[in-house]
Ligand binder design. Structure first.
Ligand SMILES: *Cc1c(COP(=O)(O)O)cnc(C)c1O
Ligand SMILES: [Zn+2]
Length: 463
């Protein structure tokens, strides 16, 4: 057996595939695959503090990267084969005003700001790893279906490296302009199909198989290897003292799956004695994971989740023609491809799932913005979810909570401007049909005549 390979996530199956295999489904049972390591043949770090040595060597692109400076914990590629564009330069910010909003004590809430990545979302953490794997396997074209950020990331990596052609599939009408702008500006071949994200996802898998195009959707286990490093950076910023909770928005459930794998491996390697709990936050209009986990009690069950309950749930959605619907377009997904891996992550870390309304998401987003970091709607689900869990008493006021801000504010300016708009029609057009009734924390522009006295009066009145 090689030191690095791919393995079916179901212990009862356990089929393996070679490192350079690009089908990303189990050859025996059709399930999801993991990147698997035989650590006895590798050199994992003796302690997490060992990574601090790399801080002094930022001239080396691999040590500069917030992903690859943890190479020893995702050792599937030779350092010379790694494709990096400087991803993962993120910050963990203590956010006391947001803590107060969420009902947490000062000093207890931290925001992990993934909007600082080159393409403006956490997807770059995974893309650098998938891109590296694509290069290992000799691919010339890479494709994804996307609610926007995966395609933006792929487009950036392709244009920055010039090594591959990006082909992106998007649903009609759902992608925000910030993200579409990136795909177009960075030269990706953009295929807009008449359907939603779940349709685009099905199609891209068919097309990738037929044409032998490398698939970078989060069914790709190498992306999740890169996304593990979000947790490594959180730990690093907290000087290796794990927080009590990680709260993350849930869409395709790649992030939560990656986080669970990261903590599982750290614990198995003896690098961490306590793992944080994981909270996944769905939007109420796309709450498959919440429904299955919290309502129907679906569990990992040692690799045998209750298929009947899951299939029955999806049949119900189809029968009633229910489509995912939320203002948080990055998590507007009803068929999360990483569902079993996410169940495993919650089992490993004692997780919970909650759903929050679009109203709660946008109010939380405004609080995040007022607190100094700009995020897109999906990201704010984490803060809205932390607030809900705090109110329920699941999270205590003095626990340390890290909310992942998955994407940048400028990804979706339309929603932000509509929320703060003075114009009822703008508000209604963008938000009315989403069940958002009020802009609780709106910061509205002040309308004044073009007259010096009036302008001065307005400024004195409002500041
Ligand atoms: C992709 C994405 C998500 C969803 O993450 P999953 O790993 O698919 O659950 C959340 N927020 C933003 C901004 C995203 O781009
Ligand atoms: Zn299998």
């Amino acid at each position: 057996m090689e030191a690095v390979f791919q393995r079916c996530i179901r212990p009862a199956c356990g089929a393996t595939a070679a490192l350079d295999d690009t089908s990303f489904v189990c050859p025996r049972c059709g399930g999801l695959m993991d990147v698997a390591y035989d650590w006895s043949k590798l050199q994992p770090p003796a302690a997490l503090r060992d990574f601090e040595k790399k801080w002094a060597q930022r001239g080396n692109p691999l040590h500069f990267s917030g992903v690859w400076r943890f190479l020893e914990l995702l050792p599937f590629a030779h350092p010379e084969k790694v494709m990096t564009i400087g991803e993962g330069q993120t910050i963990l910010q203590r956010a006391d005003a947001v803590a107060q909003y969420a009902g947490l004590n000062a000093g207890c809430l931290f925001l992990q700001y993934e909007g600082m990545n080159p393409s403006g979302s956490f997807k770059d953490n995974g893309m650098t790893a998938a891109f590296t794997h694509a290069r290992l396997s000799g691919a010339r074209r890479a494709a994804c279906a996307s609610t926007g950020n995966t395609s933006a990331s792929l487009a950036v990596f392709c244009s920055a490296t010039g090594l591959m052609r990006a082909i992106i599939f998007i649903g009609s009408g759902k992608i925000s302009y910030g993200k579409l702008a990136q795909a177009l500006d960075h030269g990706a071949l953009t295929v807009q199909i008449a359907g939603d994200f779940d349709d685009a996802m099905q199609r891209v898998q068919q097309v990738a198989r037929k044409l032998g195009i490398y698939l970078v959707n989060s069914i790709n286990p190498f992306r999740l290897e890169g996304q593990k490093t979000i947790m490594f950076r959180v730990l690093e910023a907290l000087r290796w003292e794990p927080p009590d909770w990680i709260v993350v928005p849930g869409g395709n459930l790649g992030n939560v799956s990656a986080f669970g794998k990261a903590f599982g491996e750290l614990a198995d390697l003896g690098l961490l004695t306590r793992v944080p709990r994981l909270a996944v936050i769905n939007a109420a209009g796309a709450s498959t994971f919440f429904q299955l986990y919290e309502r129907f009690g679906v569990r990992w069950n040692n690799g045998q989740p209750q298929d009947k309950l899951i299939d029955g749930y999806y049949q119900g959605l189809d029968a009633e023609k229910i489509r995912a619907a939320t203002i948080a377009s990055a998590i507007e997904i009803n068929h999360p491809v990483n569902l079993p891996k996410a169940l495993r992550a919650l089992e490993r870390c004692g997780g919970v799932v909650r759903e929050v309304s679009d109203q709660e998401i946008l109010d939380a987003k405004a609080k995040v913005g007022a607190g100094g970091l700009g995020c897109e709607p999906a990201s704010a689900a984490s803060v809205a979810g932390a607030r809900k869990l705090r109110r329920e008493g699941v999270i205590a006021a003095g626990e340390r909570v890290v909310c992942i801000l998955t994407g940048h504010q400028l990804k979706d300016p339309t929603t932000t401007v509509a929320y703060h708009s003075t114009d009822q029609k703008t508000f209604d057009d963008v938000l009315g049909h989403r069940g958002v009734r009020r802009a609780t924390f709106a910061n509205r522009a002040v309308q004044v005549p073009n007259d010096l006295d009036d302008i001065i009066k307005a400024i004195e009145l409002y500041s």
